[in-house]
Design a protein around this ligand. Structure first.
Ligand code: SF4
Length: 210
């Protein structure tokens, strides 16, 4: 199924963090773009990331910006005022606790303000090329529809995938399933009639499809 998906996703837009990863593997900007992307459309995140990059390149430079200045730069991303505060706090923490460097372990990343498992896994995988599985709502939903896992929360899905998914797929799994989830296997009414995986998919939990 992943081999089929790899072919399919070429025709769709890469999710925002994939776009950032194509331009830079800088863990700091992977982290920033992921924080900005939560509850925000990809296009809005991309524009906000670019505006912020024009003002500051590093955590130290970002600390020279006030919270309102960061908020203005990232507006209209979702919760822009809270995210501006978190970004400044993250930069201060990176400097004080991590010598200006983004940490490369999930445990350390989770100690940063506003950073959850999804963001931490993305930084570790995309920013550092280390094994990790980033589970967001798309990965959680689709893995369950396929019957590959049977879980109630993204965190349970991450644990189930860590135990089951071959390691060679860990880093790419998120990009493939997010793109697929945004374009075809949608949360409500997935387009099963034109899905290349329809003959393998048990469609668990799908009540209505197109
Ligand atoms: S058949 Fe439907 S539920 Fe299954 S992967 Fe395709 S779009 Fe998703």
């Amino acid at each position: 199924m992943l081999a089929v998906l790899r072919r399919e996703v070429r025709k769709w837009k890469t999710p925002i963090v994939g776009v950032v990863a194509e331009k830079t593997r800088d863990p700091f900007w992977v982290l920033v773009s992921c924080v900005l992307s939560l509850r925000t459309k990809d296009g809005t995140t991309a524009e906000a990331t670019a505006r912020l990059q024009a003002l500051a390149k590093t955590p130290a430079e970002m600390l020279h910006l006030s919270v309102p200045a960061i908020a203005r730069a990232i507006y209209p991303v979702g919760f822009y005022k809270t995210k501006a505060r978190h970004l400044r706090q993250i930069c201060a923490d990176l400097i004080v606790r991590f010598g200006g460097r983004v940490p490369d372990t999930i445990e350390e990343l989770l100690t940063l303000k506003g950073v959850g498992r999804k963001t931490a896994n993305l930084v570790v995988t995309v920013g550092y090329g280390k094994p990790g599985i980033c589970v967001d709502t798309h990965v959680h939903r689709i893995s369950n529809r396929w019957g590959y896992v049977r879980t109630k929360t993204p965190e349970e899905t991450e644990n189930a995938l860590r135990a089951k998914l071959p390691r060679r797929h860990w880093i790419t799994y998120n990009d493939l399933l997010v793109t697929f989830g945004q374009n075809l296997c949608a949360p409500v009414s997935p387009q099963c009639s034109r899905c290349p995986l329809a003959s393998f998919c048990p469609k668990i939990g799908v009540e209505k499809s197109r």
